[in-house]
Design a protein around this ligand. Sequence first.
Ligand code: GAL
Length: 415
Amino acid sequence: MYGRTITWVLGTLLMGAAFAQDGDLEIFSWWAGDEGPALEALIELYEQQYPDVEVVNATVTGGAGVNARAVLKTRMLGGDPPDSFQVHAGQELIGTWVAAERMEDLTAMFEEQGWQEALPPEVIEAVSSGDGTWSVPVNIHRSNVLWFVPDDLEEWGVEVPSSWDEFVNETCPTLQEQGVTPLVVGENWTVQHLWESVALAELGVQGWQDLWSGDLAFTAPEAMAVWDRMGEILECTNEDAAGLSWQQATDRVVEGDAAFNVMGDWAAGYMTTTLGLEAGDGFDWAASPGTEGQFMWLADSFGLPVGAPSADNARAWLELIGSVEGQNAFNPLKGSIPPRLDVEVTEEHYDAYQLSAAEDWQGNERVGSLVHGVTAPEGFMSEFAAVTEIYLNSGSAEEAAGAADEVAAQVGIGR
Ligand code: GAL
């Protein structure tokens, strides 16, 4: 008798659950093509758990989300939000979508799932404002990484430079004499990416933070000196940068055409997952010159936009990406580490690069990335492309610094 009642109750509950989770789930991101495998692993897990939901994997290709963000803006402003979208933790989320009241508050989910305790305070802070908690972080990426192939360096007779000074004055000429590109860069945003590593090296942690609080003006001599340093470094780069994606720039290192590349550790994911190399064997890494002991971080996250057509399916998605299982499905393929404090980064799931990144994340000084959404409002981020272009065209530190200062004033940095 009891047995039957229990079966009936369970059956009804299960039917209810299945009933609640059908229809579509549209996930919007820039993880297209060879950036896709980690996201696809998460989607697969979701489809196993919710077989009646049709997942629409909507991607707009383009590194660092340069194209996806523009499409997202049009959709959001046009009243056509996806069910969940990729957004960097930090100002990219808070200064844009939260400020415009376009996100649902996830505080209750964070409490139910125990994420307030499971995530580092700094990461929680980056997805929260005074009024709520707004997205679920799925990873921690590192921006300031120098990539190379050790056997190639040996053949060319160079060592990993520990400062930009050493790179410019010793490493670069030795490589150029042999017809090797010392440092490969790609399209505009990858130059900005290089800039943030150079700025961290030249300004130090305090100086970097002062730029974003407004205590250090972009036109101050130290900040201008970053552009001068960039000028010297760019003399050591390839001439066809504008036409290269970040993957193609990475390929140049892997193929032995270039010695070094400064890129976030999604490059590790690309080299292992897509190219099939082994971390620590086929390629190696170091903190970008002058930033040893510093970890410039960023986190990809997903949120729930106001008016999402399938909000319940999106909530189930968010619960999955915040779970131990979800983070262990995604991160090993992505080159990133899980933000959860209770997920151990061990050889069971992670490679040699990720083990070292996890150790550095614990032991290093942390600063937020500009190019990947943490430190500055999106208005600054997107205009920084124009600032970089001004520098690339004019070679003038003064013009670039002046333009950056104007943008900072427009978006209210330090004002
Ligand atoms: C970053 C993002 C990474 C990776 C990279 C290259 O902004 O956080 O996950 O996708 O862009 O596209």
